[in-house]
Ligand binder design. Sequence first.
Ligand code: ZN
Length: 306
Amino acid sequence: MRQLNKLALETGNSTNRTLPLEVGCLVSFRRIKIRNGSAFTLIELLVVIATIAVLLAILMPALRRARLLAQGVACRANLRQLATAWNLYLDDYEGYFYQGKDANLNYGGWQGQGTNPVLGIVPRPLNRYLGLPEVLESEDSAKVFRCPADRGGIPNLNQMYEKVFRILGTSYQANIFLIGQNACGTFSTNGNTAELDAAISARLTEVNRSKVGNPARILLIGDYGWINQWIPVQHPLERLEPILNQKGLKEWAEWHGRVDCYNMAFLDSHTKLLNIRKGFYVTDEYSVLPFEELNYLAYEVQGYQP
Ligand SMILES: [Zn+2]
């Protein structure tokens, strides 16, 4: 106790010793300020703020571009891995593409957490070719299925803010002509595509890699919204347009800078940021149709040859 008191006294003494110095500093600082008038005038402050604002305005687009670029590179790296995994799968299954209900979306990834009927705890066969279990309850180990620019896009207002990856278990949708053809029925709502629907359905059982025309031109898998972009019926975004405009959410579906551009992997595993056009486009650059014989029907539906 005595020692403690002694310590307190010493500390007090020490404070007492330094106090005049500190006070002296404060006083001299104040004197300087007073001598020079106020540190900044209002005009000077406004100039500084304006300069910072101009610098930010110059830097922000550059930062946005850099972020878009980085996200695009990471997304295409994912897609290249998925396309390679698909080809390993095809090697094991003599070239036959995976078929199953809604296989275009639940072919791989984690189980997701939405209420969409597409979802469910189903084995996702592609996972095995990426060294993952077929049933994944957590999203943590399914990173290769997540587009870093995934902002959502489920055509359902209740879930529109959610990332597709979180809801469906993957950000990437496979070509429904190759994987998950039960989704092809979507075209029939347009009426004039019934013939194409029937022609495709008749060939579903034959979808084999060896029969696909040119693998370097056939789209295999890409960012979720790409199917809705080319499908020759009203785009869900068009349907939602009045609401989106009203809420100022038009950019919600833009994952990679433009609403009509999607990162895609082709059947030969090369990847590209592709401008997807409306219709069954068959060009030198890309085709969604796996068989050349179906092209004439595509032209008919489109009303012109590309
Ligand atoms: Zn992406």
